[in-house]
Design a protein around this ligand. Sequence first.
Ligand code: AMP
Length: 471
Amino acid sequence: MFGVSLTTNEAIGVTYNGLLSLQHRGQEGAGIAVVHDHHIRCHKGVGLVNEVFSHQKLDALPAGRIALGHTRYSTTGHTSVENTGPFVTEYLTGRVAVAHNGNITNAKDIRENLQQHGLRFGATSDSEVVSSLIAYHITKAQDTVAGIIEAAHSLQGAYSLVIASSENKLVALRDANGFRPLCIGKNETGYAVASESCALDACGFAYLRDVQPGEVIVIEDGEIVHEAIELTKCANACDDGGLCLFEYVYFARPDSVIDGLNVYKARQNMGMALAAEHPVEADIVCGVPDSGLVAANGFSAKSGIPLVSGFVKNRYIGRSFIYPTQTQRDSAVRLKLNPLSAVIAGKRIVLVDDSIVRGTTSERIIGSLKSAGAKEVHMRVSSPPFLHTCHYGTDIGSEDNLIANRMSLDEIRRKIGADSLGYISIEGLREACGECRLPLCTACFTGHRGGSCDKGSHVSKGVLEEKDAPI
Ligand code: AMP
């Protein structure tokens, strides 16, 4: 997500560049909404940012000072333009555009309530529900900011939001746990908010700070007009989470800083911890491009085993996991990485990747290393075994698909074809991310999601519709 409130009419171009820098966060679809003359115009589509926005499409949008954009990584709803953000909702006196990162666990209940009030829905995404709920509360409160805050009070789950209103406000908001990152930057033309600081850098905004958990920031005419903690955690700790640890492990770009911790540094620490926890005699260390590279660097630094680029990556193919069907994912892995037999043949290799989820990627990569002549492959993973479904924005449809759930360590090792296998411990991972200012959510590794809630169990209610191919 990326949004700007500027004093110049360049909001669309800046937002487009911001989305290009955030492409790694979602590759299913992209959209930009712009505020123009008390209206909101939006273009969105399925595909990568530069596929959705040709020059003509960008030029067809009216110039404006406020814009926001989104790249889609789906957790609910199938892949279609209807389910792509941002979502624009019209109400009696205006419009709002909403970009959402996270997963709303009570979306189904909210949607049913709103339907009873006569609201109609065209999509199956939880983010559309958020947009409609905000419009509903703005109408009720007859005030944009009060309506947004009221709407946020009814949301459960994970949500970082960027909202634009037709009355020229840009609002950045983060749930009280801070599950998903959100930061703010400034330059001489105004403010930008972004899921990651790498997008602020790329667009020439100096990083100011992260939006705090529960905070609502309102920007108008290029100035901050409101910044306050408006949302608190549920008293029953029903959503007792924190920043998603997987942001440091996998999602974020290593040139981003999230809640005080540099992602590169976190991954380097993870690699060093792995080398200390699971040492092995080997000739070279190779990282799986891209998200295993920095941890491989850390492993090499700690173990003294030289780091080698073991693969040529076809950079024109996106992140294989994000493709929504297994068939698409399988062929993407094969197309994406080719081992460099010149450096691999006859070597004992430490292969470092950030995670094993279903096991598809590691099995294929180890197979390709062995056929390129590797003597031994020792797999090292910079996250603990992924055991539980995530309800807060990581797309894991069912626990049956998680290899660590079905197999013992040695079974996994044999299945993926490794000569040895070592995962970082949860304590090692926490320590590697020790400089993060927020508590960390480790629910996908531990299954701990906080206590019970008098509103009823919030977990799993957000499924509005199964995705095209449940994972
Ligand atoms: P798998 O083949 O299912 O074991 O997937 C593991 C690969 O997918 C690793 O190489 C990761 O870099 C990547 N990955 C891990 N978690 C995610 C996620 N939540 N979304 C997208 N990609 C992921």
